[in-house]
Design a protein around this ligand. Sequence first.
Ligand code: FES
Length: 122
Amino acid sequence: MVPPPPLRVLADARRLAETGGVRFELELDGVARQAFAVRWRGGIHAFVNSCRHEARELDFGDARFFDETCDALVCCHHGARYEPATGRCVSGPCAGARLTPLALELRGSELWCLGRLPQSPG
Ligand code: FES
């Protein structure tokens, strides 16, 4: 499996506000996939944008992934709640499943995605 080339997600990651999100597309195993990154508690985390319940995108296309409590990524379809740092589903119809995490790298102020984390499942 050949890793995808690094993809620049943001020219200036400092502009990603706390609980803010950004959508992007990357290629995994030759297939274009929707993905997103969020800032949460100062860190930036990225996942394939595919809920583990019905493989639908978590957001409505607006890059909003948190509800008002800002303590979980929430799927807009049936309310699955995922830990923002790990992608593990803590409640909802797919509790115990996990979003596919992506590797990020800061290069100066630029945010780059390096593809799937080595230990992550499809
Ligand atoms: S598709 Fe996400 S909870 Fe059902």
